[in-house]
Design a protein around this ligand. Structure first.
Ligand SMILES: [Zn+2]
Length: 508
């Protein structure tokens, strides 16, 4: 994500609490039949093997602001542990209670210009392997679903989970909901929590940072929408069939870590081919939409060359009612409407490129965005500076570095530190940052400085070799601090642990 604003509120963290429960339910079986497209890159088809599969049918009702959904998930236990429960995030419920908002207090008016509007997900029923399942909806704002397995799920075994549910979209200009111009179905369906060496990751939807962490999975999603709506989504559109006044759109996506879609009836589109990828701009003002398309296409082409190829065939850049700025999803970024008008081209370019860089650092190489936000944000911010150097030359790159990080942002940080005895640690959970300003300065700014100093010390060639190998070794998976350090150590034959630790934990 990239924010437009400087925000100044303190934030209190209240921990997630999930009730523990007993067994019931059942487990596993049956392969969902998943048919990848004919002309998908072999690498993508290969990467899609052994991943969880989601099939979702959603009926989109713009008048009622609802999505009526049926979902089938083939969940594969890819850990070495026996699982007694399965967990899913119900992110829409984070928008449910006015007294537990996903925004800082002073942001509420901007997020809800027409007053608070609740968003939520109502589960009708859950089946596991065809049998009615016992489940508990809990957590901070009912945003975690716990499924109780009757029999443990062994490593490499599968469970087929079917759910019927209704999503209510809030009138909200944050990530999820709708504004005057369009609808945002992002973080909108039950998505499996990540089970890693720390166990289940059940973090709630914190107001600071991008509170997401997920595994790559395969998706087949059908969205039935009224005729006249355009849908921009993760994945490839396989078909679009109209029956009377309704259109059914079908999308397939392989090896992506989320499925997002945005819909509106005012969009004008423009496309450009970059290698194997069709880049499409969805905008309300075509002239500025063309500019967003150019920034996205140019940065995609450069990052392909600099880090390794983006393997997907689609990438969408979508003008949105998203007051915070820009937000990344697989194959899709949303950019606030204001970037297309009063904010000016420079900011549109900066945010478009930053979100495009996230297709590599978040999308392809995933990480825990709550605990290791510096990894994707620091890299996305630094990749943006690399783009400026590549496209406009060294002088422009230095100017951007100064204004974004060096003399601009970091001077601001120094000033901020004077007024506040501040901890400069950037490697800490997003909920431990006191506000968005500090988060931005440290995670984005100091995070990018870490990579800049690494490049200066290693030299151009080894630095890019390191990023390419980090990308190659970790794409379609989740990586952490140890992975990136190991990669740079390997390519250079030197130990960079101390360098990383200095930047991550010490003052500058
Ligand atoms: Zn970002």
């Amino acid at each position: 994500m990239r924010i437009e604003l400087r925000k100044h509120t303190r934030y209190l963290f209240i921990s997630v609490c999930i009730a523990a429960l007993l067994l019931a339910g059942l487990y596993f079986s049956g392969m969902l039949e998943f048919r990848p497209g004919q002309h998908l890159p072999p690498r993508l088809v290969h990467a899609s093997k052994g991943l969880n599969q989601y099939e979702i049918q959603a009926e989109f009702n713009p008048d009622a602001k609802t999505l009526i959904c049926r979902q089938k998930v083939e969940y594969i236990n890819r850990s070495e542990d026996q699982l007694t429960h399965l967990y899913f995030h119900l992110y829409p419920n984070a928008y449910r209670y006015e007294d537990k908002p996903v925004f800082e207090k002073n942001e509420m008016k901007r997020a809800y210009p027409n007053g608070f509007s609740p968003g939520h997900l109502e589960l009708d029923q859950v089946l596991i392997n065809g049998v009615q399942a016992d489940f508990v909806v809990g957590g901070y704002s009912d945003n975690v679903l716990m499924l109780i397995l009757k029999k443990n799920l062994d490593p490499r075994h599968k469970a087929v989970i079917e759910m019927d549910y209704t999503v209510v979209l809030p009138n909200c200009l944050g990530r999820f909901g709708y504004g005057d111009n369009m609808y945002k179905a992002v973080n909108w369906y039950p998505i499996a929590s990540v089970y890693d060496e720390a166990g289940w990751n059940l973090d709630r939807y914190y107001s600071i940072g991008d509170p997401f962490y997920s595994d790559a999975a395969n998706y087949r999603v059908q969205i039935q929408a009224p005729a006249g709506y355009t849908i921009a989504a993760t994945g490839d559109m396989k078909s679009r069939k109209q029956e009377d006044s309704r259109v059914t759109w079908e999308f397939n996506a392989l090896a992506v870590r989320d499925f997002a879609w945005l819909a509106g009836n005012k969009y004008q589109t423009a496309s450009k081919q970059v290698g194997r990828t069709r880049v499409t701009s969805y905008s309300f003002t075509p002239e500025i939409g063309e500019k967003a398309l150019d920034y996205a296409a140019e940065s995609l082409a450069y990052f392909n060359e600099a880090f390794g190829e983006y393997p997907y065939t689609q990438f969408g850049v979508v003008e949105s009612d998203f007051y915070i700025g820009g937000m990344e999803y697989p194959n899709l970024i949303m950019l606030d409407h204001s970037l297309y008008k009063e904010m000016g081209d420079d900011y549109l370019e900066l945010v478009t490129v930053h979100e495009t860089a996230h297709q590599w650092w978040y999308g392809l190489v995933g990480n825990n965005q709550i605990r290791d936000a510096w990894l994707d944000e620091g890299l996305a911010e630094y990749s943006t500076l690399l783009y400026y150097g590549h496209r406009y030359g060294q002088e422009k790159a230095e100017e951007m570095y100064k204004s974004l990080i060096g003399e601009g942002k970091y001077k601001y940080l120094e000033w901020y530190m004077l007024s506040d005895d501040m901890d400069e640690t950037i490697h800490r959970p997003s909920y431990e940052f006191t506000d968005w300003v500090i988060y931005d300065l440290l995670v984005y700014g100091k995070g990018a400085m870490l990579f800049h100093s690494l490049r200066q010390e290693m030299g151009e060639e080894l630095f890019f070799k390191g990023l390419q190998s980090y990308f190659q070794e970790n794409r379609f998976q989740n990586a952490g601090k140890a992975d990136i350090i190991r990669t740079f150590n390997q390519v250079s034959g030197r130990d960079w642990q101390h360098h990383f630790d200095q930047w991550l934990y010490d003052g500058v």
